[in-house]
Design a protein around this ligand. Sequence first.
Ligand code: HEC
Length: 91
Amino acid sequence: EKGRVLAEQGRTTDKVPACLTCHDKANTNPAYPKLSGQNSAYLRQQLVSFQTGTRGGSNYAHLMTNTAKKLSPEDIDAAAVYFSRRESIPQ
Ligand code: HEC
């Protein structure tokens, strides 16, 4: 539930943008990777490496680094589990 709220609404108190404004939309910019259906441990690891700055990534990585820094370990768990269980959309 917490993961779903982060994905759909983000969090206004510390300006976490809704993950779904960038991720997992049909016909979206291909620079935004699809999250749904990916392994939760993998998703968690990516978020942690954005936080610690150890994930290289593309020219768009800064979009994600700023968001990741606002996430608590609980947020990361919730989001990773939510997206791993979410049905992936056809691309
Ligand atoms: C402003 C747009 C934007 C928002 C909002 C956003 N992301 Fe991202 N995200 C990106 C971009 C761009 C990348 C790819 C960066 C790269 O590879 O360099 C990315 C990559 C990721 C990855 C790595 C995926 C992979 O396949 O390696 C994860 C996990 C992720 N985002 C989770 C989230 C979560 C969780 C949220 C919500 C809390 C979120 N993102 C919100 C733009 C965004």
